[in-house]
Write a new protein. Sequence first.
Length: 353
Amino acid sequence: MPFTGDAWFLVEPRAPLARRPLEIGVPADAEAVVEVLANGVCHTDLGFADGAVRPNHSLPLVLGHEAVGRVVQAGSSARHLLGKTVIVPAVLPCGECPLCQRGRGNACPHQKMPGNDIDGAFATHVLVPARPLVTVEEQPGLDPRWLSAVADAVSTAFQATRRAAVAQGDLAIVVGSGGVGGFVIQVCAALGAKVIALDVSQERLEAIARYGADATVCLKGRDARDVRDEVQRLARSFGIESWSFKIFECAGVPAAQQQAFALIARASTMLQVGFTPEKTSLRLSNLMAFDATIHGTWGCPLEAYPEVLRLIYDGKIALQPFVEVRPMSAVNAVLDDMRAHRLNRRVSLDPHL
């Protein structure tokens, strides 16, 4: 039978999300209804809310693509998930196309993104394809609501490190140490790389220095060339050559993109992780001159989630210091805080508070 609840809809850009009744029909054979325990707030949600990015689905639309919850109803092919706690990945691939079959499900052309292609999880319940759902284990001391961050921030960070082939002895240089960048730093440290964290916020740098950053560089008020020289001095002090540099741009602003690109050196690798709708100007000939590599990275293939969760269960990725739970009814205030850069932790919204 249908589920009724509440959801926070984007009705029009640049207007507060509207709380409205939500009715979800009976799931089809390959679908499931997930009762939301918590859903994280991402800068992509802010982009949709402010009209900087247009969602693929017409408005009104329920935003939210970082959900964890319990399966309360399932179609005939997904009954095995009933009662399970699951992560709803931000990228829901079809599982059947050539890219999915090649382990590139995060690039699936038929993928569905909650809060973009379909209604998302700023709600009490969400209806989603069942096949991509990731079951999770209860762990002592681990609030399952913190796992909402795994649906995007942590899994995206992990996939970025896979795309860069980070290994022991590498130097990870991470521009933007909050949000996804903070988890990139933790994953790189867990993989045995040395890590330099760069950010405009000294407070964020001090926080991440306790969770994997071997050195920190504050960018505020500094010239890109000066920063590059300091990073190269640090690399020499670690005894690491440029061909082992793995540079991650995670802040998603043009200035950070330019800074990350300025750090490219001989045979180094750069990963573009952050998103901004704004354009920037780069001299691509640097890639030619340094025989360097640059990759984009989007989401995370489903088969990588067990390794992501194992890093969390084994204590190699910390969630609690970087995730804050608030009531979902506070979603508009949280978006305001995000606009004003007042958030130091990723906010996960609980519809039951």
